[in-house]
Design a protein around this ligand. Structure first.
Ligand SMILES: *Cc1c(COP(=O)(O)O)cnc(C)c1O
Length: 452
């Protein structure tokens, strides 16, 4: 582990505030109990323990303040502990905490469904079901698609991530850590190529990439067996991969010709993250079903499947849902969060954040032989690292940069099928000053770690 002091001295700490080495003594002491009582399978990225958070900063138990470029994996889009969300949660907890919506309905659930209808793409009547996690939303989208079409097969994209339950593991590409040793997996799930302009043979030609993918679907399963194609409009865990123009649109049109449902997994990309309410808008998609979670709850757990009313109503009563789905406290938080997005025009704000990140990092594509690509949509941006002279993934470098970043007061995440991508997804309310400070630190670290 290297010394954080050097970087501290070159870039003034304003939003950041480091008072100990990272991790500090309190975090080290908590880590001992963590090691004793928490399953190692949970995984852990940051060696420090949170004590409090506000907006785009998190303070640890030793009093160190970090700039948050992760937003708890795109969850705290409206900022951590956003005052309106906190207020709404406090208010709801005092009224009632749980009834089970199917036993005794309440207005908050209906209001969240109404907001989902309003903001998701598609100019048709829509309905929703509320659930608890992203994986649960994907599971339910598959159930609904199978029920509606009467077909068994589900087509997913290579490099996809859809969750950690049995069905969603089968729908996820990367074996380690997500699948290794956890089989057997659910059947009738077929994985086909996604457009990856940096690495595939089709580059910017999205229609050509889609033709190849369609050919593969016909080869593997045949269109008359397919209930749904499930795709992320920008791949998240897979590496913040933005598909070539026309790829998803072509796929979507082909699906409709064959009565296959198109399901857009917007769990990470949804709710203003990419500079639009939903990333599907970039591809002019009107998905039959959309899965959402993460930013939907403003920090509390909630997820949803939203889709064409006719499809959502094809399910027998009691066939979808659950004990906690659309918990009233989560619904209150969600309504407050969506209201912040509406009033603060956070989609526009996300676009602005994307411009600032690109301004800082895009030059590295040309200046730094380790940087293959700086890409993304809005406030969902990534840097893909390689070994100089080719496209061989460089996970080792990404690991070094991540460790340095934490030690310098930044919270960043990695991703990519080869773990060679650094992803930036700050809260959308981050100030320009906080973001600039974070990007200056990150750029300095990248330059330092790639010095030849
Ligand atoms: C995070 C994520 C999921 C899984 O959500 P969980 O709440 O962790 O189950 C599914 N799909 C995408 C695109 C995600 O980013």
């Amino acid at each position: 582990m290297s010394d954080p002091i050097k970087l501290k001295s070159t870039i003034p700490q304003v939003a950041r505030h480091l008072v100990t080495a990272i991790p500090g003594p309190q975090s080290i002491s908590l880590q001992q109990e963590y090691d004793e009582f928490v399953s190692i399978g949970v995984g852990e990225l940051m060696p420090f323990f949170a004590a409090s958070a506000s907006g785009a900063t998190i303070t640890d138990v030793d009093g160190n303040r970090f700039i948050d470029l992760a937003a708890g994996i795109a969850v705290t889009g409206v900022g951590n502990a956003a005052p309106e969300v906190v207020e709404a949660v406090r208010d709801q907890v005092g009224k009632f905490t749980h009834t089970n919506f199917a036993t005794t309905p309440y207005q908050g659930y209906v209001a969240v469904c109404k907001k989902l209808s309003e903001h998701t793409p598609g100019s048709f009547a829509k309905k929703s079901v509320l659930l608890n996690s992203g994986a649960e939303a994907v599971e339910n989208a598959v159930k609904i698609a199978r029920r509606y079409t009467g077909r068994p097969a589900i087509v997913v994209m290579e490099n996809s991530f859809h969750g950690r339950t049995n069905l969603t593991m089968a729908m996820t590409t990367k074996a380690s850590p997500y699948k290794q040793g956890f089989g057997p997996f659910a059947s009738d799930v077929y994985s086909v190529p996604y457009s990856y302009p940096l690495r595939d043979a089709y580059g910017a030609d999205g229609a050509a990439a889609a033709s190849a993918t369609i050919e593969q679907i016909e080869l593997l399963v045949g269109h008359d067996q397919v209930a749904a194609i499930v795709a992320e409009p920008v791949q998240g865990e897979g590496g913040f991969i933005v598909p070539a123009n026309g790829f998803l649109k072509t796929l979507n049109e082909w699906a409709h010709e064959h009565q296959i449902l198109y399901v857009s997994d917007e769990i990470q990309s949804g709710f203003c993250r990419t500079g639009r309410w939903f990333a599907s808008e970039y591809s002019e998609l009107e998905p039959d079903l959309i899965t959402t979670a993460k930013a939907l709850g403003g920090g509390l757990p909630i997820s949803a499947v939203t889709g064409k009313a006719e499809i959502m109503d094809s399910v027998q009563p009691g066939g979808i849902g659950g004990t906690y789905g659309g918990n009233p406290v989560s619904c209150a938080a969600s309504l407050a969060a969506v209201s912040i997005m509406e009033r603060g025009n956070l989609a526009m704000r996300a676009e602005h954040i994307g411009h600032i990140i690109q301004q800082h990092l895009k030059p590295l594509e040309h200046d730094n032989p380790y940087v293959a690509e700086v890409r993304g949509l809005g406030a969902m941006q990534a840097v893909e690292f390689v070994k100089p002279g080719g496209l061989e993934p460089n996970a080792e470098l990404v690991k070094r940069i991540s460790i340095k970043a934490v030690q310098s007061g930044l919270i960043i995440l990695t991703c990519g099928i080869h773990a060679n991508v650094i992803r930036l997804l700050p809260p959308l309310i981050i100030s320009d000053e906080e973001l600039e400070e974070a990007l200056n630190v990150l750029t300095a670290i990248i330059v330092e770690e790639t010095k030849q």
